[in-house]
Unconditional design. Sequence first.
Length: 175
Amino acid sequence: MSGILQLGDPRLRLTSATVALGDPQLPEDLRDLASALQSFRKEHSWGRAVAAPQLGIAKRAIVFDIGAGPFFVLNPTIAWLSAETFELWDDCMCMPSIAVRVTRACSLTLSFVDEFMRPRRLDRVSPELSELIQHELDHLDGILLTDRMIPEWGVVARELRGIARPVGARCNPEA
């Protein structure tokens, strides 16, 4: 079990506090984050990041693993956000059986500090990373993907994303 809170847990709605320099609990929190991500991935075969609030830790901390091993993002702020947006199916470890359609910015620049409190920056990231970062930043502010859902699409079973259609869409049996 990954220890990730599930939809409905009120702790998912809290706004996270800034990670303080010298926080004695931080190393353990970061180990727990990395462990939760690894455990979830082993159990579900997907997952690229987890934010501290998803474990009930109300701190501005995220662990990402997008292929090169885990890296930590603390106290992130968006320095630039593209005006261009795109729609995609979003899913979440807090509700792993569902997906919702959301709109996200195509790119962003993120300023943050790493686990050693060194300033870092990710400049004009790809759409795939941009949407992931936006999803995780929402968790830091108590915002869930269901809050960002495009209403016409509703909530769908995660495995049915490929065949789901918005409400009012006509079925084309020829397609």
